[in-house]
Design a protein around this ligand. Structure first.
Ligand code: C2E
Ligand code: CA
Ligand code: CA
Ligand code: CA
Length: 269
């Protein structure tokens, strides 16, 4: 114990101290914020590259914090995943998405499917399937209007239980999108066996830098494979027209990214 303690002392500097204080504030304020409605949803368009046509939108959470102002999910999702609060927060986000779809229907607007994020941890929550089914009933929407984005790493660490839950969700009619695909390169060869409807190709594929050629080759491989298995591919993080062109040439039809639209508050969308 002494050794472990000693090494952590070495890392204990001002920024770690700040980090710990920040985390403590997060933990102390999350419950009240949830009740008060400080968690809000932003939407980002998903489009068909060739036509620019809107095919859906991803729902991304934002925390309008009373002290810190707008905080990005990257700063609090990992904390919530650790302490289990993620499920309460995700339930709220999913419900907001369902309520928005209901609102669009009531206003007789054209509806597009909304994709919500599902944490690995949510999948192990015993009430998840029931809660989702209740929700779409309550808001009178179709399951295929609510897409569930599950990260690739969740599949890779793939326990039997995880697969079963995903299988049951699909049977109920929910559409499953595998998020951050390719980040670990690990599921490339098991694509044919995975219960999934849509692949979201990780934005790292499009980043400039080393191994650009190699990354393009992998991207092409993924797109071909997906097309063969009739799985839709959506490229993430498309910021420039030349990236969109490249994707189109490679046979990738759909994209999401700043080029087509940044995440905006749902009222603005
Ligand atoms: P993600 O699911 O991979 O979401 C895509 C992220 O990429 C979003 O970051 C989005 O704003 C960002 N992005 C979109 N287009 C571009 C682009 O062209 N370039 C670049 N550089 N980035 C782009 P965001 O909103 O900060 O979310 C970060 C992560 O937090 C998400 O990654 C997701 O894993 C998680 N997250 C967000 N909302 C929720 C939620 O409601 N529940 C759960 N469990 N996780 C969430
Ligand atoms: Ca996502
Ligand atoms: Ca992603
Ligand atoms: Ca991500």
């Amino acid at each position: 114990i002494k050794g472990v303690f000693g090494s952590s002392i070495a890392f204990y500097n001002e920024s770690l101290r700040e980090r710990l204080l920040f985390e403590q504030r997060i933990l102390n304020t999350m419950e009240d914020s949830l009740k008060r409605g400080d968690f809000q949803i932003y939407l980002q368009p998903k489009v068909e590259i060739a036509t620019g046509k809107l095919i859906g939108a991803e729902v991304l959470v934002r925390w309008i914090h009373p002290e810190f102002g707008l905080i990005s999910p990257g700063d609090f999702i990992p904390i919530f995943e650790n302490n289990g609060f993620i499920y309460s927060m995700d339930l709220l986000v999913w419900e907001k998405a369902c309520a928005l779809l209901r609102k669009w229907k009531d206003e007789k607007r054209e509806c597009i499917p909304l994709s919500v994020n599902v944490s690995r941890r949510d999948i192990y929550h015993e009430d998840m399937i029931q809660n989702l089914s209740d929700m779409i009933q309550k808001y009178r929407i179709q399951p295929e209007e609510l897409h569930l984005e599950i990260t690739e790493s969740a599949y890779v660490k793939n326990s039997q239980q995880m697969r079963e839950v995903i299988m049951r969700l699909r049977k109920l009619g929910f559409i499953i999108e595998m998020d951050d695909f390719g980040k670990g390169y690990s599921s490339l060869n098991t694509l044919s066996e995975l219960p999934v409807d849509v692949l979201k190709m990780d934005l790292e594929f499009l980043r400039q830098g080393e191994n650009t050629k190699q990354r393009e080759q992998i991207m092409q491989f993924v797109i071909n494979l997906a097309n063969e298995f009739k799985v839709l591919v959506i490229a993430e993080g498309v910021e420039r027209a030349d990236q969109a062109d490249l994707l189109k040439t490679m046979g990738c039809r759909y994209a999401q990214g700043y080029l087509f639209g940044r995440p905006v508050p749902s009222e603005e969308f």
